[in-house]
Design a protein around this ligand. Structure first.
Ligand code: IMP
Ligand code: MG
Length: 173
């Protein structure tokens, strides 16, 4: 990996994921939870988070691309893998790695609502609040990070560095 700075250690991520799991367990007690992970970035967060949610739940994934091979948002989203489970009347929790402009989450939220989900909430590991372009409600946030391009723990730069257990700031992209 090129010049980098550690932003979130494995321990910090582990502690926060456990806290989020506890809160989500409490909030969704007695409901019909379907966690939908946004591929590829959320694969690691999703795997850790669902193990901290002490409820019966179901898991599905979508693949939405807004960035392609570039590091700035194109402003458009494209589904390359849709939800496969029936989401009608389900309590859906979108699990996403990072929210930047908010376009991906806003589109996904509307789409899942239109498909008949009973409730749709979102859980993101990292909120890059300062770059938000569209208003989108985020119900569960792991960490707020001000700026920069982040990689690791599922996050990539041109499909690299997803495999790291911690999150780094890339100094040059
Ligand atoms: P948004 O639609 O602009 O909110 O973009 C969200 C998507 O862009 C996320 O799901 C990520 O896949 C990607 N993204 C945004 N910021 C970063 C970053 O700092 N590192 C890696 N991917 C990012
Ligand atoms: Mg993503």
């Amino acid at each position: 990996m090129p010049d980098k700075k550690l932003i979130l250690s494995k321990e910090a991520i582990g502690r926060r994921v456990q806290e989020l799991g506890t809160i989500i367990t409490r909030d969704y007690a007695g409901s019909n939870l379907l966690a939908i992970g946004v591929l590829n970035g959320a694969f690691m967060f999703m795997a850790d988070l669902v193990r901290e949610i002490k409820l019966d739940l179901q898991i599905d994934f979508v693949r939405v691309a807004s960035y392609g091979m570039s590091t700035t948002s194109s402003g458009k989203i494209r589904f390359s893998k849709d939800v496969e489970l029936d989401i009608r009347d389900r309590d859906v929790l979108i699990v996403e790695d990072i929210v930047d402009t908010g376009l991906t989450l806003a589109c996904l939220h509307n789409y899942l609502k239109e498909r008949g989900a009973r409730t749709v909430r979102t859980c993101v590991l990292i909120d890059k609040k300062e770059r938000r372009e569209v208003k989108v409600a985020i119900d569960y946030v792991g960490f707020e990070v001000k700026e920069g391009f982040l990689v690791g723990y599922g996050l990539d730069c041109r499909e690299q560095y997803r495999e790291y257990g911690e999150v780094f700031l890339l100094k040059e992209i």
